[in-house]
Design a protein around this ligand. Sequence first.
Ligand code: ADP
Ligand code: MG
Length: 627
Amino acid sequence: MALLQIAEPGQSPLPHQVKRAVGIDLGTTNSLVASMRGGRAAVLPDEHGALILPSVVNYSEPGAPLVGAQALALAGQHPADTLVSVKRFMGRGREDAREDAARAHYRLVEGEEGMVRFVTGSGEVSPVEASAEILRSLRARAESTLGGAIDGAVITVPAYFDDAQRQATKDAATLAGLPVLRLLNEPTAAAVAYGLDSAQEGVIAVYDLGGGTFDISILRLRRGVFEVLATGGDTALGGDDLDAAVANWITAQCGAAELSPGQYRQVQARARDAKERLSQQASVSIELDDVLPGQAPLTLAREAFEELARPLVKRTLRACRRCLRDAGLDAAVDNVVMVGGSTRVPLVREAVGEFFAREPLIDIDPDQVVAVGAAIQADILVGNRPEGDLLLLDVIPLSLGIETMGGLVEKIVPRNTTIPVSRAQDFTTYKDGQTALAVHILQGERELVDDCRSLARFELRGIPPMVAGAARIRVTFQVDADGLLNVSALEESTGAEASVTVKPSFGLSDEEIAGMLQASFEHAGDDKEARHLAEQRVAGWQLLDSLQAALGADGEALLDSDERAALDAAMSDLRDLLDSDDAAAIKSQTERLGRLSEAFAARRMDRSIRDALSGVSLDELDDEVTP
Ligand code: ADP
Ligand code: MG
């Protein structure tokens, strides 16, 4: 490694070797692009010197859509044609996004695979297409600053983005002509920015409160290697909610009745401005005359604002507590990194510092820290730093598994497993001669299929007919570094294989994830019982099935009528019991039938041995046994 490299800012010391790599923070509210320049990661400005690109796209004007500040300026006039917080809709269905849509005054329709599309003056636009506009604008900015095409980009996503949301982000990058090196969780990127600067060891909490999302991650840093111990947060909580709280306060103070969507936007913009000024000032005045004619200015003091903000801040702390628990930490963390514009709110800093009993780190600009970390990572991944051995590990938020007999879920990758991960488990056939296996992939912590979330299904065909339990089918779950899941099933004797890459149609909010976890704790007892019942039922059905087949083949020949009647009666009793919820009764009747059929089974065994031996003289047999 060179001890000292001297280069002009923006000029690389080895122009013929160094590749152009960028880190992009594709934010809900604001987006940034950063790159290594003169040995340091720096956010790249646009031609006017602005670092932040508002994540806003306007479709009201003919021609190419407007992006950024220009688009934002048209938001008041053309609310329905100006897409803000598009990231909230990435990879989500209409039902999932309804609340966000109502807030944003958009007209939505359902497109391909149930995904939302916005109806604008220039036709229908998908969230992926709108995001691609933002990325295209950042790409142009980076190419003009760096003087050429981009070789690779690292794009950050919230830790809670699921497969569909991550895939949507990749699709947007592809549309924008950006080669994606990988996606990186935003909190992890922030830790990279700090970790490389100070190379500390210990446990770090990354608290990211942006405009539209809240993420909390607990990381462990050891000898320059980060491991994400747990993640949590809320994909629908951020500075926007503080704006809405202040906007509602303004509306109430003014006694204003119905506001038009345009007016509401303007009030929201005033609210946001007031909120941001309150981070520096003890009290602010809010001018409203031009929005609500005749309205006198309002005064909002910091204490009054903090009363409005407190419930939202408390929600973030509850998520922090859950995350600490998930990380298995009772002890305090060593460092708290603050990310996101909303961490400038003094109440947020105080509350977070108090919660973790640590003074939070605010050295790196909270708006830039994610893009800076992504740029450092991109530089390593593109191959500019052969000595860069930074390893990043993320975790999956909910367990992944498959459906087994009786509607039960077999977990294959437990939640909070670090990714990338590959786990395999062997399964077998349930019935004689079974030639296909249905693989149903589920996500969640509960025991029964009905209580988990279905991600995908596929079928493995071409299993050679064998007796039940003889086939060996290896099911492999692979989650790649971007959190995309691939499941494959392989029948080992024939090599028959089938697989699926999961892109679930709908995203899960953290509330839903938290709800699913909560339910699994609450129902732990019931679930155990339900699993026990299902297992007894499977055992009962399996015995009935095999006995039925055996009776069909050898019942006439090997049983007298009394024996047959006794077996039939016991089978019918078991069949009736299988409809009940009485696991103990099912179990004892299954065992009774098992004992009752032992003699029949023994006779079948004898006969098949006799059949095998028939035609072979005892002498010959002796010859074989004793050569
Ligand atoms: P995102 O990651 O969602 O794009 P950012 O990290 O860029 O969001 O943060 C944007 C949010 O930060 C907005 O809600 C904005 O109002 C808020 N913000 C920016 N500066 C301040 C400030 N000085 N005081 C309070 N909030 C601020
Ligand atoms: Mg952010």
